[in-house]
Write a protein that binds this ligand. Structure first.
Ligand SMILES: Cc1ncc(COP(=O)(O)O)c(C=O)c1O
Length: 367
């Protein structure tokens, strides 16, 4: 019998992923419920057809045109000027963050985050042989700054992953706290005199409430800050697989060392650029989704439930003595949400007004 040399660290592990079930109302993975417009579909098809003419060649490894477009998008969205050289992109922000850990973490190094948070973070750490440390958030899911300080000083992490808005809680990180963390992190890195890299994962940033700033504003003054973004959520392009980050030149240069050559296909680059050209049309849609999120939160509160204040396109609500029964009851009525987060809580993504209404009606029945 042949025995494969499986790695002990993967013993008992299974592939990550929310259930992909074929149900009428899917509100489980924080997607944009609106499919791309007909004109966007046409533009993507044309751009991809054009790129296909030179598929015999490898794509541009450094994709400067796409980086330039992404820089323009960030200037529009957050009012912050980022040079194209300070942008990096990959197949989803998951890959961007994996690149960061490959470049800066690894054996003998530590990655820190604050739970509850995005469930992929420990997997990036596992897959890069980094030590994973999850410290707790406060009761209201905000960061407790005294815990942050003591964990950074004790663990001396190479990387700190901070989702803002946080998944699954929807909590945005206040800018004054981020500024304080950046200051603490200046010398808490693994080797004496080195900094910890602070990654602010802004996958849901476009849904933040009016007046909530982006971490991008602190980029210029902080060469140890990375802001990660994605086209999977607000852009309605989860199927495209395009995530990106803005960071100092030094960080981008390190990441370029570990990326596989030609990791971003010519078709992805072309489709992403086409989608970025349509960004103005998304503004109204994002505003509508934000308003729906606030309505959904108010409706859930109206049922007497606890609701975590959300700056994202989902809402964490609870608490239930048997959350699985509630999740299953909703599924039996054709509504798929996510059983995730602290005990007793459930997370629902914001859908179309009709989907939200179906969810609320089903929840009332289940309760
Ligand atoms: C906080 C957070 N970061 C990153 C991602 C990954 O997004 P993608 O790889 O599609 O860009 C997700 C996806 O759900 C997320 O919730």
């Amino acid at each position: 019998m042949i025995i494969l040399p499986k790695r002990p660290i993967f013993a008992g592990e299974s592939p990550y992923g929310a259930p992909q079930l074929n149900v009428p109302v899917c509100l489980n993975v924080n997607e944009n419920p609106y499919a791309p417009s007909e004109s966007l579909v046409q533009d993507i098809a044309n751009a991809v057809a054009d790129a296909a003419k030179s598929l015999n060649r490898y794509p541009d490894r450094d994709f400067p045109a796409l980086r330039d477009d992404l820089a323009h998008y960030l200037a529009d969205e957050a009012g912050v000027t980022v040079a194209p050289e300070n942008i990096w992109a990959a197949n989803g922000s998951n890959e961007v963050m994996l690149h960061l850990l490959q470049a800066f973490a690894g054996p003998g190094r530590t990655v820190v985050s604050f739970a509850p948070t995005y469930s992929m973070y420990p997997e990036y750490a596992r897959d890069t042989d980094s030590t994973w440390v999850a410290a707790p958030r406060a009761e209201d899911f905000q960061l407790d700054m005294s815990i942050v300080r003591s964990v950074l000083e004790r663990e001396r992490p190479a990387i700190v992953l901070l989702a803002s808005p946080n998944n699954p809680t929807g909590t945005a990180l206040p800018q004054d706290q981020l500024a304080e963390i950046l200051e603490i992190a200046q010398e808490t890195g693994p080797d004496t005199g080195t900094a910890s890299i602070i990654v602010v994962d802004e996958a849901y940033a476009e849904f933040r409430r009016v007046g909530v700033p982006s971490a991008l504003e602190l980029l210029n003054a902080n060469p140890h800050l990375v802001v990660s973004r994605t086209m999977s959520k607000a852009f309605g392009a989860a199927g495209l697989r395009l995530g990106y980050m803005a960071a100092s030149q030094e960080i981008v240069d390190q990441v370029r060392i570990v990326r596989l050559p030609y990791h971003l296909s010519a078709l992805t680059q072309a489709a992403a650029r086409a989608a970025l050209r349509h960004r103005a049309a998304l503004r109204g849609q994002i505003a509508e989704l934000r308003a729906s999120r606030d309505r959904l939160a108010a409706d859930l509160s109206g049922l007497g439930l606890a609701v975590a204040p959300s700056d994202a396109n989902f809402v964490l609500f609870g608490t239930f003595s048997d959350r699985h029964a509630v999740w299953q009851g909703l599924l039996d009525r054709g509504v798929l949400i996510r059983e995730v987060g602290p005990k007793g809580w459930l997370r629902v993504s914001v859908g179309t007004p009709a989907e939200n209404a179906t969810f609320m009606a089903a929840l009332k029945e289940v309760m």
